[in-house]
Every structure is written in C-alpha cells, then in structure tokens.
Design a protein. Structure first.
Length: 211
C-alpha cells in the first residue's frame, strides 16, 4: 500500500504544480508601457510574427480556398491593406489588447476545427478553418481594422471581453485565448507595418504599424 500512497502523493504534487502554473504563469497579466499614441498601432498579442502580407480585394477569389476566407475577413475593413499574424505558444501572455483607441463596431464568433496553429499551412500563417472570433474596430479618426482571435490544437476557449459600440483605449485588455493559439490583425490601406516575420511582440507595447 505504500507504493499507492506515494503515487497519490506524487499525483497530488503534480496537480498542484499544474494549477499553480495555470494560475500564476499562464494567466499572468504583466503591466505594459502603452504608448498612448493615436498615430501607431500596438501588437494585440504577445508572440512571434509569422506573416506580414498585403492584400487587394481585386486579386482575391471569394469562392476558392484561403483567398475566399481573406475576402470575407477583409471586406468590412477596406479594399486593400495588410494582414499581420502573431503566433502564441503556451509560454506567451495570452490576453489580447486593443491596438488603438476607438470602439468595437461588431464581433462575430465562428465555430470550427482545432488544428495545430503552430503549423504553417499557408502564406498568411492563419488556420482559417479553426474556431475564431472577429472583432471589428474603428479608431477615433475613423480608421477601421480587425483583430481575430484564432483557436489552436491546445487552445479551445476564446474569451471576448467587449460588446459592440463599447469604447476602448489603446492597450486595454479586450480578450483571452487559453493556451497556444494565434492572433491576426487586419489593417487598411495606408497603415504601414513596421514589423517583420520573426519579430517578437509584446501585447499593448510593441508598435506594429503607423499611420
């Protein structure tokens, strides 16, 4: 019976360590140095930039493959612009922050798969088929952009803290994705990206684009 007691004791310690990791590391929310600058967009997530791609609606085919998804995702932002995708691992901070001050115009949650978000399946670095949440914003100067929370193989819960027409300030916490996942931001034409593939971003702090 001693072996059973030791096994139970070990299992209890492991459970406590996992709970502590989840509560004090995974759900951590470090203080960020928000620039509070209306001419820049900050990263909505902490992670690694895996794609910076321009798009033009005239070159997208709405009914075929990934281009069709891009057409659907971008049509309420602009007719052209830039898509930046940020990949998150379980070690990153998993809260999302508002890239710019303004208000939430609309949101749309779409059920889907939970494929591995780490694996690059296209040039956009996006798992279009995965469960995701689209958040369409408008800045105080009338610029529209979109933040998309995308679930992954491990991340199976997306939380959205906002409601339509709610105002936000740059750097405000707007949501949470639990465990490894990705966040994509769709910027309109005229907003210039200043990050490149491989850059590490800090949520609410790293400048990713400028007007």
């Amino acid at each position: 019976m001693k072996w059973l007691q030791r096994a139970c004791y070990t299992a209890g310690i492991v459970c406590l360590l996992l709970i502590a990791f989840y509560r004090f590391w995974f759900l951590r929310q470090p203080q960020r140095s928000i620039p509070n600058n209306p001419t820049v967009f900050v990263a909505p997530a902490n992670g690694k930039v895996v794609s910076v791609k321009t798009w033009n609606s005239e070159s997208l085919i709405e009914t075929k493959g990934d281009n069709g998804a891009i057409n659907v995702w971008t049509k309420d932002v602009d007719t052209a612009g830039t898509i930046i995708s940020i990949q998150m691992t379980p070690l990153n901070v998993h809260y999302q922050r508002a890239p710019q001050s303004g208000k939430l115009l609309a949101e749309k949650y779409t059920e889907g798969d939970f494929n591995n978000a780490i694996v690059m399946s296209n040039d956009y670095g996006i798992r279009f088929e995965n469960e995701h949440n689209e958040m369409l914003f408008e800045t105080e100067t009338g610029v529209k952009y979109k933040v998309i929370q995308i679930a992954g193989f491990v991340a199976r819960r997306i939380e959205d803290y906002l409601t339509p027409q709610q105002s936000v300030k740059q750097g405000d916490v707007i949501g949470l994705i639990k465990l490894g996942s990705q966040v994509t931001i769709i910027l309109p034409y005229g907003i210039q990206p200043v990050v490149k593939v491989g850059d590490v971003t800090i949520d609410g702090e790293t400048v990713i684009a400028t007007e």
